[in-house]
Design a protein around this ligand. Structure first.
Ligand code: MG
Length: 418
C-alpha cells in the first residue's frame, strides 16, 4: 500500500496490496481521548465522565477490545490522551491489556496526527480512528467499516440525514436546505494507514473537521458506511443522561459480563445380548450387567456436557468435531471430546459452572457422584464446586424406564472475555 495523493480519486475501487506477510491486513484502532471538553458539566473531560458506573473511555475501549481478532478485525488498540489526564487514564483503564498511551496535541487533528506518527514505527496496514466519546460503537459497525477498506482507501461510519434542515438567521428560519445526499459523519473512520498518515502530515496546521476531510483533501475517496443511531457522541449533560438510560435499557452494556449458556443432550442404548460388565458415565467406569452401545466409549454424560460447552460458544456440536463415521474415534475415551471443547472455550473465556443430569433406572449414580464431579472438574480445569452431577429416573416410563438405554442432559455457563 502506498500514499497516492491526488491520483487516488480517479479510480473507484482499488484493491489493497497484500500485507507484508500476505496474511490478513493488520488493523489498529486509534482512540482519540485527548479532548478537554467538559461541556457535560462536572469539569471532568467528557471521556472520563461516568455512565452507569463506568467511564465513557472505558466503555469505548471495552467495545473496541471486544472486536479484536479473531472475533473482529482489530489487532491492536492505541489511545491518544492529554498528558495531564494520565492519572484519569490509568484509573479508567485498570486491568486492560493496552500498550502505553500516546500523548496528543492541542486540537483533535493534532492528536490524531500524533497518534498516527506513534504508529508509524510499527506501521499497521489499516487504522480505525475512533472518538473516545462514542462508547456505543458496536462490533457490527466496526466490521462494516473494516470490510469497506478492502475496496476503498477510506471508509467512515455515517447516517443519512432524516430531519429537515433549516438555515436560521437571528433565530428566524431563512430557508430550507435540501438534505438529499447529506450524511452525518460518525466514527470509526477507517483508512489505509500510509495514506492517512501522509494526508495528516500534509494537512498539519489546517483546521479540518474530521479525518475524512483530511483524506478527501489529499484526494482519497472515502466510502460511506451505514452508521448506528446508538453510536452517539457524548457531548452534553443530556447526552450523558440519555446514554445512561440506553445502557440500563440494553442490559448488554460492556460493563456487564458477557455470559453464555449452552445445553446438551445425549442418549445411548444398551448393547443387545451382551454380558457387559461396565458402563462409563461422566468419565467413571461403573460395574453394570450391560454395556452401552456407541462408536466411542458411549459416555452419555461427557457427550451431553461436550455439546453444552460447544453450544455456549456457538461452536457446533460433538458430531461435527468428532464424526462417528471417522474410524479414529472408535472406542475413544470421551474425555478427549470434553477436553477439546474446553480448549475451544478457553480461547474465548472461562467456564463458570457446568451441570449434568443422568437419566436412567440403573445403575445407581449416588455412590459414584463424587468421583464423577472430580473427574469432570479435572478435565475442565475448574474447581469441583463449579461442577454438578445429578441423576433421576423417568418413573419407569418410556425407553429409559424400560432400561433400553441411558440419557444425559447438561448445561454450561461460560463468561466470554476475548
Ligand atoms: Mg453420544
Amino acid at each position: 500500500m502506498q500514499s497516492r495523493g491526488l491520483v487516488a480519486s480517479t479510480s473507484r475501487a482499488k484493491k489493497e496490496a497484500p500485507s507484508r506477510n500476505g496474511a490478513m491486513p493488520r488493523t489498529t484502532a486509534l482512540v482519540v481521548a485527548a479532548g478537554t471538553g467538559s461541556r457535560a458539566g462536572s469539569g471532568l473531560p467528557k471521556q472520563y465522565r461516568i455512565i452507569a458506573g463506568t467511564t465513557v473511555l472505558r466503555r469505548t475501549l471495552d467495545a473496541l477490545l471486544a472486536c479484536r481478532a479473531p472475533a473482529g478485525p482489530i489487532d491492536a488498540v492505541r489511545v491518544v490522551i492529554r498528558p495531564e489526564h494520565h492519572p484519569l487514564y490509568v484509573a479508567a483503564t485498570q486491568g486492560l491489556d493496552l500498550p502505553p498511551p500516546i500523548h496528543g496535541g492541542e486540537t483533535r487533528q493534532d492528536s490524531v496526527r500524533a497518534g498516527l506518527e506513534a504508529l508509524a514505527a510499527d506501521s499497521p496496514d489499516r487504522v480505525l480512528i475512533h472518538d473516545a466519546a462514542r462508547p456505543f460503537v458496536d462490533p457490527a459497525l466496526v466490521g462494516r467499516v473494516a470490510a469497506a477498506l478492502d475496496r476503498h482507501e477510506g471508509a467512515i461510519a455515517a447516517l443519512p440525514v432524516v430531519d429537515t434542515l433549516r438555515r436560521v438567521e437571528d433565530g428566524i428560519a431563512a430557508g430550507t436546505v435540501p438534505r438529499d445526499g447529506l450524511w452525518a459523519a460518525q466514527t470509526p473512520q477507517g483508512f489505509r494507514f500510509a495514506a492517512i498518515l501522509a494526508a495528516h502530515r500534509a494537512a498539519a496546521g489546517l483546521a479540518l473537521t474530521d479525518d475524512a476531510a483530511v483524506a478527501e483533501r489529499a484526494g482519497h475517496r472515502v466510502a460511506m458506511v451505514q452508521g448506528s443511531p446508538d453510536n452517539v457522541k457524548i457531548t452534553t449533560e443530556e447526552d450523558l443522561r440519555r446514554a445512561e438510560m440506553l445502557t440500563l435499557r440494553q442490559g448488554s452494556a460492556p460493563a456487564l459480563p458477557d455470559l453464555r449458556l449452552g445445553n446438551g443432550f445425549d442418549v445411548h442404548r444398551f448393547a443387545s445380548g451382551d454380558g457387559g460388565g461396565t458402563v462409563i458415565l461422566c468419565g467413571v467406569p461403573i460395574p453394570h450387567p450391560r454395556r452401552l452401545d456407541g462408536h466411542s466409549d458411549a459416555d452419555v454424560g461427557l457427550h451431553a456436557l461436550t455439546d453444552a460447552l460447544l453450544g455456549a460458544i456457538a461452536a457446533g456440536d460433538i458430531g461435527q468435531h468428532f464424526p462417528p463415521s471417522d474410524p479414529q474415534w472408535k472406542g475413544a475415551d470421551s474425555a478427549l471430546f470434553l477436553r477439546h471443547a474446553a480448549t475451544l472455550v478457553a480461547a474465548r473465556g472461562t467456564i463458570l459452572n457446568v451441570d449434568v443430569t443422568l437419566l436412567c433406572e440403573a445403575p445407581r449414580i449416588g455412590p459414584h457422584r463424587a468421583a464423577m464431579i472430580d473427574r469432570i472438574a479435572s478435565l475442565l480445569g475448574i474447581a469441583a464446586d463449579r461442577v454438578s452431577v445429578k441423576a433421576t429416573t423417568t418413573e419407569r416410563l418410556g425407553f429409559l424406564g424400560r432400561r433400553e438405554g441411558i440419557a444425559a442432559q447438561a448445561t454450561a455457563c461460560v463468561r466470554i472475555e476475548r
